[in-house]
Design a protein around this ligand. Sequence first.
Ligand code: NAD
Length: 256
Amino acid sequence: MNKSVLITGSTSGIGLGIAKRFAKAGYNIMFHGLEKDGAHIAKQVGEKYDVKVAFSSANLLKSEAIEDLIKQTITSFGALHVLINNAGIQYVSPIEAFPNNKYENIIAINMNAVFYASKAAWNQMKKQNFGRIINVSSVHGLRASEFKSAYVTAKHGVIGMTKVLALEGAAFNITCNAICPGYVKTPLVEGQIKDQAKAHNMTEDEVIEKVMLKKQAVKQFVPLDAIADMAVLLAKDSATTITGSSFVLDGGWSAQ
Ligand code: NAD
């Protein structure tokens, strides 16, 4: 039987890159995201790699919708082997102008949804005596940057939660790890380039050179393939003792 994976936020950016890599490896894929063409993206990937797919646009701001998303995955494929908590949003602003609702939504989507999804998947993974939870945190789970109070808080929180779930899952072959990328060129970052340009009063090219890649020793965006390969490795049967860790793919940013 093919294994099944649910990847939140997989109809865009990093999630889509991960989904294609898992499809290539023969996994059935539960696609998820708010993109209007999500169902079409899912179908195309399923046909290309000859795997089963399903799609949901569950709103991660709502815990009941997250629980339904997990149920839908188990109903579609009869199992849930790998949960990749990837969906996330960003907002960049000095704290005094940071809108409360933006702060609350970032905490809800980037952090609280990881809790609700993992909790809802837990019994199924226990029953299977197999579970791989992979949280897409960020180098901002380990380091701070100005103007990102909500994002940095949420991403640090996810790393803490990753460690707790690793301990609780150890007896049931449920592992939990975090992947911490530096900058990856996705729609989320394209939006940030614009916001940062405003916050720093710079052109967009200056933001890429002087703000984003400034902290990375390797002066290039992190490739999607590197993140997808890391996720596939963490999902393997043989990865049972790899747990509670954060895997940093940040071009040397946090080495400093
Ligand atoms: P993206 O904007 O391309 O994709 C985000 C996905 O999340 C989309 O599918 C979107 O529909 C979904 N999403 C957002 N809000 C949602 C909601 N309320 N309900 C349901 N789905 C929702 O972003 P990305 O760059 O691919 O980011 C993916 C993850 O990687 C995020 O957690 C992000 O913080 C993290 N990350 C990104 C970078 C980067 O440089 N791009 C670096 C480090 C970490």
